[in-house]
Structure formats: structure tokens, C-alpha cells
Design a protein around this ligand. Sequence first.
Ligand code: FES
Length: 129
Amino acid sequence: MAAQNIKPLRDVNIGKYDELSTRERIVLDIDGKEVGVYFEAGEIRAWLNVCPHGGGPVCQGQIMPRTVQDVRPGGKSGGLGHHPTERNIVCPWHGYEFGILSGEHPIKGDVKLIPVAVRVVDGDVVLSV
Ligand code: FES
């Protein structure tokens, strides 16, 4: 087996949670790796800014409510609507959508954003990259 060049993770303090969480998203360049940090429904997620579909800058895409198909009694379509709470990131290259909190494509379960570990330590937001 060939030796692998794996760098150990290091913690990067990106700022105060109280200040950052007033924004829905920030995109940072950390040592040449772009990371999108999302503040959604009281939770934090961080995703690598590389779309699993084709490598696009997914974290710079629009944030939209998840589209849902309303089905009325009897199975008739009520048309398209939006989920009341769940929101997606829409990749700007080809429109693939990913749940902000799950990182998952709504249909293709094997197509997911790449997570970056993020946590709050003493009021600061810390990424492990
Ligand atoms: S590169 Fe993101 S949808 Fe194609």
C-alpha cells in the first residue's frame, strides 16, 4: 500500500458565534480550501465549497425553501409549493439542490455535500480543517 500524504486536522477560530450567526452564510478560504458556514434554525453546518455533481462553487448558490409537491385528497396535484421550514442550497452551475442541514440531495441520496467539522467553543465558531 502506498504511503498517503494526509495532513492532520487543525482548529481554526473564525469568530464569535453571536456576530456570525446574524448572517445565514459565510464562505471562507482557509489555506486554499473554501468552506461555506451556514447558520440555520439555531444550528451550524459547514460544507466544502465543492459541488459533488461537477465541482461547482455550491456554497455560493442561492438559498431557497425546499420545493415540495402538494398532493390533495384523492391524489390530485395541488401544484408546487415550498416546505415551511426546510431550506436548500442551490448550486449555481447546474441547479442541484442540497439541504442546508443535511447536505443531501433530495432525490439522489448518494450525492451529498462534503462536511467540515464545526462547533462552538466558549462562544467562538471553530472549524476543523
Ligand atoms: S456542479 Fe453543482 S450542480 Fe453541477
